[in-house]
Design a protein around this ligand. Structure first.
Ligand code: HEC
Ligand code: HEC
Ligand code: HEC
Ligand code: HEC
Length: 159
């Protein structure tokens, strides 16, 4: 037995090195991991408060439709019925919270329409696309299409 451990010195040094490494790990872990980590799961519990205190920017279409029921009715049967209001109008929670204080600008139609409908090989075949220059010859898209109900059959009444 004695014979077996006669050159044990290098083992002791190695074990010491591991010991120091473990100590550094435990100390750093204690310093770096936030106190409330793991209280509720594998994350920092106070991250919930941080996130819920961020101010809402989008009101959601249900809120818009509550006040603008005329627009909701206009859209109800149109091909655009499934598009959220704020996809075109931008985030408007500030307006929905206080319509008297914040009066939103009307978005310019053409750049919006082109962004979604310009022909492009990456778009699925079922999605209606046009080549804007050929299709409208420079006219604004809302000269002929109503943004809330863009289908041709709905254009009739005002030209
Ligand atoms: C609490 C009621 C209320 C809510 C909610 C609301 N609005 Fe309004 N909105 C108004 C009022 C009132 C006006 C000013 C009068 C008007 O033109 O209808 C207005 C005006 C607008 C205008 C300008 C109209 C114009 O004539 O140029 C737009 C665009 C608009 N709202 C879009 C939205 C969108 C999109 C939402 C959802 C994010 C929304 N609103 C939520 C009440 C509301
Ligand atoms: C596809 C894009 C698009 C979507 C989706 C959309 N809008 Fe609009 N909206 C427009 C554009 C463009 C105008 C400006 C038209 C103009 O200049 O006359 C407009 C105008 C308006 C106006 C003022 C004129 C009017 O018709 O009363 C209101 C209010 C409005 N939108 C509310 C809404 C609400 C509420 C929703 C969701 C229920 C919605 N919009 C969804 C593009 C959109
Ligand atoms: C956020 C993307 C988006 C924007 C912006 C947008 N559209 Fe659309 N559009 C759609 C989707 C989605 C459909 C429905 C496709 C389907 O279900 O077949 C559609 C359908 C249409 C159709 C087919 C109507 C029908 O009855 O078949 C026309 C025309 C159209 N849009 C014109 C416009 C015009 C004009 C504008 C600008 C005012 C516009 N779109 C803005 C996404 C968009
Ligand atoms: C001079 C009037 C006019 C203008 C301006 C116009 N359109 Fe149209 N659009 C039409 C008519 C009419 C149709 C239906 C017949 C057809 O498919 O060509 C149509 C159809 C469409 C369709 C459906 C195509 C399909 O395959 O079902 C889309 C999408 C569309 N337009 C988008 C736009 C966009 C985007 C603009 C602006 C760049 C625009 N339109 C400008 C008259 C117009």
């Amino acid at each position: 037995m004695r014979e077996l451990f006669k050159d044990k010195e290098h083992l002791v040094r190695m074990a010491g090195l591991f010991g120091v490494g473990l100590l550094v790990f435990v100390v750093l872990r204690g310093v770096l991991i936030p106190a409330d980590f793991g209280d509720l799961g594998h994350y920092r519990a106070s991250a919930l408060d941080d996130n819920s205190s961020v101010e809402l920017r989008f009101a959601g279409r249900a809120a818009c439709e509550l006040c603008h029921d005329d627009v909701a009715a206009e859209r109800a049967k149109s091909a655009h019925r499934s598009i959220a209001c704020e996809a075109c109008h931008g985030a408007l929670a500030v307006h929905a919270d206080n319509p008297e204080a914040v009066f939103p600008e009307r978005p310019e139609a053409t750049p919006l329409c082109v962004a979604c409908h310009e022909a492009n090989v990456t778009k699925p075949a079922w999605f209606p696309t046009v080549i804007p220059d050929e299709h409208s010859e420079g006219e604004a898209c809302d000269e002929c299409h109503m943004p809330h109900a863009p289908g041709f059959e709905e254009v009739g009444s005002d030209g």
